[in-house]
Ligand binder design. Structure first.
Ligand SMILES: [Zn+2]
Length: 266
């Protein structure tokens, strides 16, 4: 069976020229509209490189916020597009014919100093999330879900801190740095057009190195811990372990329990 399909998971915080609003999020920022356009351009650069290297299908997953961000008509017309919210699973239609997962515009995890827009799922909800005792962010969790389908992470483009987290977790993957993080609200960015050129070149290299790519995953069953910002949120959280019992609450802010697989994390 030919492995020539790809998924590009697209978030918006890590793309060129995206920063947060003081006291707010990316969505509150004055350049949000530009950032959504730039996320489109970066996803398009990755998709073009994949098709030019022989991909039969590229699925662009619009994942930021409620999943409606990109200018779909500006994507390469050969792309298919997964958009919106409320999916039955994280990556519908992902199977063993998918040769790789690519991250565009992802951000570093919560608990990371000076990283632009660092958070884990919700900057208002979690201080950190750990799996088997190790802090993880959205990239590691998505990578482990893809790993369950036998799909490796092959590429990531984001700010320097997010890229260093990607390199630590997926040392085989090709990476492109879009900007140097200076804080939640600031960054030193490469020109957005140059970033797209570098993404095209980086994805081309990643596909040429497909045989180097490895699967990311966690030993199962796995221990999941959620550290909340508010104790009332921790108390109300509805985490259920592999025996159907509510997660333990080792301290007022933390919920912890054992689950059968990463597919059951949320
Ligand atoms: Zn986002």
């Amino acid at each position: 069976m030919a492995r020539d399909r790809y998924f590009i998971a697209v978030d918006c915080e890590g793309v060129a020229c995206a920063v947060g609003k003081p006291g707010g999020t990316l969505n509150d920022s004055a350049n949000y509209a530009f950032v959504q356009k730039q996320a489109t351009r970066e996803a398009d650069a990755a998709a073009r490189a994949l098709f030019d290297a022989g991909a039969s299908q590229v699925i662009v997953c619009d994942g930021h916020s409620s999943g409606i961000n990109l200018s779909y008509d500006l994507l390469d017309p050969r792309c298919d597009i997964m958009l919106g919210s409320g999916y039955p699973e994280r990556f519908p239609t992902m199977d063993e014919r998918v040769a790789g997962l690519l991250f565009i515009g992802f951000h570093s995890r919560e608990n990371t100093k000076t990283a632009t827009l660092a958070h884990s799922y919700s900057s208002e909800t979690y201080q950190w999330i750990k799996v088997n005792g190790v802090e993880v962010g959205e990239m590691e969790i998505d990578a482990a879900i893809a790993g369950r389908y036998g799909v490796p992470v092959i590429f990531a483009a984001s700010d320097d801190i997010t890229v260093s987290q990607a390199q630590a977790a997926f040392p085989w993957a090709q990476t492109v740095t879009t900007k140097r993080s200076l804080g939640w609200t600031s960054a030193l960015c490469k020109h957005p057009a140059r970033v797209c050129d570098e993404i095209y070149a980086g994805v081309t290299r990643a596909v040429a190195r497909l045989s180097d790519m490895q699967l990311f995953g966690f030993e199962e069953p796995l221990c999941a811990e959620f550290r909340y910002k508010r104790m009332d949120a921790a108390a109300a959280a509805l985490h259920v372990d592999m025996h159907g019992e509510p997660f333990a609450q080792p301290d007022p802010f933390t919920r912890a329990g054992t689950i059968a697989s990463i597919l059951r994390l949320f």
